[in-house]
Design a protein around this ligand. Structure first.
Ligand SMILES: [Zn+2]
Length: 490
């Protein structure tokens, strides 16, 4: 299956990839605009103008409506929508989650998707919502597993088959489901039933669900975060290895008069200015947009422009090795996203295995940066430094340092490392002159660890006056501590 998805660039858990489908190859990460076969706010054939490479629609809606069904069977899905690029189809699982039942079997809807020429086919899985009883999650997972196994036997041709990962809000069930599906070799892995988490801003739990699912899957497989359409959280999800998103949000929000930005959503009635330079926002003032007869369509267009602009920025950040900097900025748009960021870094040791060992200059963006994979990696490798004799640790060159056997540079959030490595990644990091508490905490802990690992060495620590942290006291037990301002005055 490796030929279907190829990874070109990586940063943190994020990647730029190429996914091959019967109707062409797309570059990921990307968003699939959701096309409602009944009402089209923006015609599918125009979607490429926004940057869309692949669409998603619902095969169950088509299947249930005779006039749509007959056209789809006659002209194919691509003929029905008037789009010649890749199209993914959902199965009716969403309707199942909303209405409790659907009037179609797994085999019927799989056969229908196959017949109308869907590029990515989705089986009729059971989308178990968050917070259900463990037993229910387990039982529904067993039904989903059966249906997915049947689907895998059924769909064997050129068309791609999605294997949705369920398991509610139980990370262990998500991981178990994912590792079971991995062995069945699906081409795409959607993470299902996460919409209620996103709607309730439960980003910390979303992070756990994504991490657990990803840990069960092969890192080489493409992952679709089903139902995620707000650009505010794309960077976070991409950094965890999500490759596909789908946006019904552009149209649903437009219907409600809502204007999407990466920093959150505005109601158009409350906007005095349009903080965007897309063709819609460049042409209209906020007042004109509010009163426009086609307001819904204009908002839908703006929402799509804002969505794809973020995808392009994310891809550039992956190229530059700056994805986590973007994640840390984006997660400041909402306190609950900040919870998501903090949760992300509780998975730093997993992330560290995926993160390239060298990349662009590390920029310190705030306390959370102290928990980045690079910092963690350094902390784990302190035993590589062997120190003897007199060792001086200082933040920058000082008088008389050559008299010492070894000179180390202290830089928060890392700690102390040989001065020769100052220009080497990640020690060439751009960090604030006045480190915050978290940054000092990590750096001083690592420095103490280094001292413990080298009990024979005699340490002198040149401390900056601005460093205020209880671990300074601990350092004085292991090293001669001198404030820089007092150095060589004594
Ligand atoms: Zn705009």
């Amino acid at each position: 299956m490796s030929a279907i998805f190829e990874i070109l660039d990586k940063d943190a858990g994020g990647r730029i990839g190429r996914l091959r489908t019967p109707h062409g190859t797309i570059e990921t990460p990307t968003v699939m605009p959701v096309i409602n076969p009944n009402i089209q706010l923006i015609p599918p054939k125009e979607m490429r103008n926004f940057g869309a490479e692949i669409l998603i629609t619902n095969s169950y809606i088509i299947y249930r409506k005779e006039e749509l069904k007959s056209v789809a069977l006659e002209k194919g899905l691509h003929g029905l929508l008037g789009f010649d690029g890749p199209i993914m189809t959902d199965s009716g699982s969403f309707q199942l989650s909303v209405y409790g039942s659907v009037e179609v079997t797994n085999e019927e809807i799989l056969g229908f998707q196959q017949k109308i020429g869907s590029d990515i086919i989705v089986p009729l899985d059971i989308p178990t919502p968050p917070d259900v009883h463990y037993r229910r999650a387990e039982e529904e997972l067993a039904i989903t597993a059966e249906r997915l196994e049947a689907a895998r036997k059924f769909i064997q041709g050129e068309q791609l088959l999605a294997g949705p990962v369920q398991g509610s809000t139980y990370p262990e069930l998500r991981e178990k489901a994912a590792s079971h599906l991995k062995d069945l070799n699906f081409e795409v892995y959607p993470l299902g039933a996460v919409v209620p988490l996103m709607e309730a801003y439960r980003y910390a739990e979303l992070v756990d669900v994504i991490a657990a699912s990803k840990k069960g899957l092969s890192p080489a497989s493409p992952v679709h975060l089903f139902g995620a359409g707000h650009p505010m959280m794309f960077a976070l999800a991409v950094a965890m290895g999500c490759d596909l998103f789908d946006s019904a949000a552009y149209a649903l929000y437009a219907k409600d008069g809502r204007y999407i930005t990466v920093n959150g959503t505005y109601h158009v009635e409350k906007l005095n200015y349009l903080p965007c330079s897309c063709p819609v926002c460049s042409k209209y003032t906020a007042e004109e947009l509010k009163k426009a007869d086609n307001r819904e369509e204009l908002l839908g267009r703006h929402n799509l422009y804002a969505t794809f602009a973020e995808i392009r920025l994310i891809k550039q950040c992956i190229k530059d090795g700056k994805l986590l900097e973007l994640v840390e900025q984006r997660c400041r748009a909402h306190p609950k996203l900040l919870d998501g960021l903090k949760k992300l870094y509780t998975h730093s040791s997993w992330l560290e295995q995926l993160d390239p060992a060298t990349k662009g200059t590390f920029f310190y963006c705030g306390p959370e940066s102290s928990s980045r994979p690079e910092v963690m990696r350094f902390g784990k490798r302190l035993d590589r430094f062997s120190l003897q004799g007199s060792v001086i640790i200082r933040t920058g060159p000082i008088k008389g340092e050559k008299d010492y056997d070894q000179i180390l540079t202290f830089k928060a959030p890392f700690g102390a490392f040989p001065t020769e490595m100052e220009e080497v990644y990640p020690f060439n990091a751009e960090v604030p002159k006045f480190p915050d508490y978290e940054s000092l905490d990590t750096a001083l802990s690592n420095t103490l660890k280094l001292m413990d690992l080298n009990p024979e060495a005699e340490f002198t620590f040149i401390c900056e006056e601005e460093f205020k942290h209880p671990l300074i006291e601990e350092i004085t037990k292991r090293a001669k501590l001198v404030y820089r301002k007092d150095w060589k005055k004594e």
